[in-house]
Design a protein around this ligand. Structure first.
Ligand code: FES
Length: 148
């Protein structure tokens, strides 16, 4: 009984520490949950999709130079989607949903587009705000961000 009690206390202490570390990480720039600098805009070729695995997003640059940050989690049950360059699509490995380069869904079982994050510009730098996941039903062109 005493042993179990002690184990529980350790478990609670670890949970508490984990919570503190989690909160600290969320407040840091440059990590998932904060503002992530992707790089200089010119580094991203128009018509390209670049993976930022630790940021949990793909940075899409469309043919006319606009940017979109697409969340890498499938809206169906949360599996991590993969970008397949040869097909020009995102694929979910769990139940075979696919999405075009803008994250628009193309088949069931998923029923909405991939989530996005805000893209911001700081001079030539492209930054992605991963503190807030933006849900959407479908892709629309006004979701593309352009440097002014
Ligand atoms: Fe992606 Fe089910 S989790 S299709």
């Amino acid at each position: 009984q005493t042993g179990l009690g002690a184990l529980s206390l350790v478990a609670v202490a670890e949970l508490g520490l984990g919570g503190v570390l989690f909160l600290q990480a969320r407040s840091l720039e440059g990590q998932y949950g904060g503002l992530i600098t992707a790089g200089a805009a010119d580094e991203f070729v128009p018509g390209s999709v670049t993976q930022f695995a630790e940021g949990n997003f793909f940075l899409v640059r469309n043919e006319d130079g606009g940017f979109m940050a697409v969340h890498n989690r499938c809206p169906h049950l949360g599996c991590t989607v993969n970008w397949v360059e040869a097909k020009g699509k995102f694929y979910c490995p769990c139940h075979a949903s696919s999405f075009n380069a803008y994250g628009e869904y193309q088949n069931q079982p998923v029923t909405r587009a991939l989530d996005t994050f805000s893209v911001l510009f700081d001079d030539e730098l492209v930054k992605v705000d991963t503190s807030h996941i933006q849900m959407r039903a479908h892709y629309s062109p006004d979701q593309i961000h352009y440097r002014n």
